[in-house]
Design a protein around this ligand. Sequence first.
Ligand code: SF4
Length: 445
Amino acid sequence: MSSTTRSTPTAPIPLSSKPAGQANPDTKTACIRTFGCQMNVHDSDRIRRMIQDAGYAEVQRYEDADLVILNTCYVRENAVDRVKGHLGELNRLRREGRVKRVALTGCIGAAEESATLQQTYDIDLVLGTHNTYELAEFVGLPTMLETYTPELPGTEGGHNAFVTIMTGCNYQCSYCIVPTVRGRMLCRPMGSVIAEVERLVAGGTGYVTLLGQTVDAWRHEGKRFCDLLEAVSESTPRVWFTTSHPSNMEDRTLRAIGERDTIVKRLHLPVQSGSDRMLRVMHRGYKAERYRRKIEVFREAAPDGTLTTDIIVGHPGETEEDHEQTLKLVEDCAFDSAYIFKFSPRRGTEAASLPGAVPDAVVQRRFLEVLRQIERNAFERNQRKVGGVEEIYIRHGSTEDGKAIGETWSGHAVHVKTGVAPGNYVKARIESAGPHVLYAGEPSG
Ligand code: SF4
């Protein structure tokens, strides 16, 4: 499942939060709308570089754009309906002579429905996640040939950068459409990853996030993910990675997180359920006990670190006993936060046709029970940070209330009273804590 890591004003950015662009009337204009996960945000960053290289000015409103690119997500059941709404609006603007061309990229572009959408809405170009590079020719750049991970520039000069190290996924989780739309795993050579990281750091990047659907499954020419992570940790001042799969997570990687100064001590390890029976139905490939052992290694390696996860409640066939086992695992692992998903059937996945649907009211109750347990644990763990002085990396500049959003080396999100620009570090005392965030006073240095 996807992460919802946010981004900075200079690195990949959810476009809705950017100020409206001011385009010269003679300049070609383009608007990119991003849906879905961090991988899509990253792909949009590459698209942004392409349109800039092709001489387009980026604008934020459809009505100001000659070209609109919808970079789409297919993970949620209503994703296609949502995109249809945007396509209908774009057709209206085209009829009025405002928008001239529309391209649809991303996961929906790789799905079966894309042909019907293209016909119905008269979309000029439809691309999947595997051939986004073809957009280059469409916007007037020379054709780019590439195989897997694009060598297109990513986010040079941004404080935070996202570097894709693998695409696709070799698992077949019952509820997930990713393997269908993103294909099987393809890993990028180590030299290529390191070269991109070094280029980004030379351009001013201070924080690199390694991305992949199962990032810890990366392997190439005898090297495994831990080798790559260690090499990257020597090339950048700060590094994190997401999303991991418990079956691929090696103990040496967990120990490296604790030992290496430049690795943020935050582990996102989706568990999905605490019931072995449900884990089998979901085809997750591990048992709850194995997951617990991984967490023990992580907690020992990085006692102060943060642990986050994904949990699905109400998967078809989930019984009260399965749910109890999930609650027990949540208590045992004491997660610092979790993305909890209420199961919703996704067309094209195995789970969509499984019997044993869980009634909505039951799903809602189970959701709240898991949520309360997570928040209780997180609140308790966060309280332990109060009173300590932390080195905080500023991710987002200060808002109107004078608070910037930063991150400690332990991976905790912190609101801190400072006007220091993103990409810098401050030291500040943690004054209070809630279940989701820490609050720091004015920096001391
Ligand atoms: S590991 Fe499972 S949930 Fe994650 S992307 Fe692969 S199939 Fe989807």
